[in-house]
Every structure is written in C-alpha cells, then in structure tokens.
Write a protein of this length. Structure first.
Length: 66
C-alpha cells in the first residue's frame, strides 16, 4: 500500500459546532480525528463530483450548438 500524504490540520470550532462534531463522531462510532479525516475526504469527493457534473453539463449544452 502506498504511504498516504500527511498534513497537520487544526480545527477551530464555534462551541455549538464542536458539540455537533463530537456528537456526529460518536454516532459514527469514530474518534474525533478519524471523523475529521473522513469528513474532509467525503466533502472533498462531493465537491469534485459536483464539479465534474457541472463540467459534463456544460459540455453537453455546447454539443447542442455544434
């Protein structure tokens, strides 16, 4: 297995957001660090997927004019 790239990330939460983060991690059965890593991964993938959908939609719309 390839060694993953590693960076250090520090979260700065509003108190209510931190409570929600802790609750979500607990519900997911993960410690806070693992939950944070998973959350970043999932959101990054969602953003990339959405960008890909938009790009395909633009390409399809341009094909109509060709």
């Amino acid at each position: 297995m390839k060694t993953p790239n590693q960076i250090q990330v520090t979260f700065a939460f509003h108190p209510a957001d931190y409570s929600a983060f802790q609750a979500a991690a607990s519900i997911a059965g993960l410690d806070e660090q693992s939950f944070g890593v998973l959350a970043i991964h999932r959101e990054a993938q969602r953003v990339l997927d959405e960008a890909g959908r938009r790009q395909r939609a633009v390409s399809e719309n341009l094909d109509v004019f060709n």
